[in-house]
Design a protein around this ligand. Sequence first.
Ligand code: ADP
Length: 241
Amino acid sequence: MAQIIFDHVTKKFKNETALHDISFEIDKGEFVFFIGKSGAGKSTLLNLIMKQEEVTSGKITVEGRRVDTMTRNKVPEHRRRLGIMSPEVGLLKDRSVYDNIKLALLATENADDRMREKIIKVLGLVGLAKKYKSYPDELSGGEQARILLARALSVQPEILIADEPTANLDPDSAWDLMQLLEELNYRGMTILVASHARGLVTIMKRRCITLIAGRMAADEKRSIYNQKSMDIFAERRILKN
Ligand code: ADP
């Protein structure tokens, strides 16, 4: 059974239909981009998976559990399985990097006596273990994005959901973040990314679901292979090492 299933999902807000009859399946370990212009429905789709919005009609299943009919008391447990990287939940400026991640662990009831170890480990994964005492304002945009990723990873999620993770990043930082997401995916994590950055997405050669005005316009299993772009990708990897 697929890990995430959308079965004829429609989401209406008062005056408009944000998503119209959306169906797809995503297997465990897939890397999927949701692309489309601003207002196409990408965030709404991710919010439905997280149950931050309710469907108007249709069924959503995540890891065998029905999300659309899930009762309130089951939602925290459902969210604990998801790593969420969203621009709406930024870093608290008056807390250190360490405390920002600690708060996320406390909020998702993931706190335990191995918390410190976990925090340093996820910071290590994004290459920022040394910055645990820093405050967000002392970090570059790219570093802040990597901290947001570390915070999402701290709950040891099965699925990582990232809404416009490269928004406001310079191209180099965007690449670095994408490489981190690739590495996580190689380790078996399912990665869902909403993005309007078509260029970046094409280079990544991953499954791409395109939304246009709330409708699914395309589901490309792999974006077109682009030798030139892959060369750039390889070059960046070499430069980094
Ligand atoms: P995207 O993430 O692709 O930019 P969204 O999912 O944010 O698109 O929005 C899709 C459509 O749904 C937009 O027209 C937006 O105005 C509308 N929408 C999103 N959230 C709400 C809400 N909470 N209330 C009313 N309309 C909303």
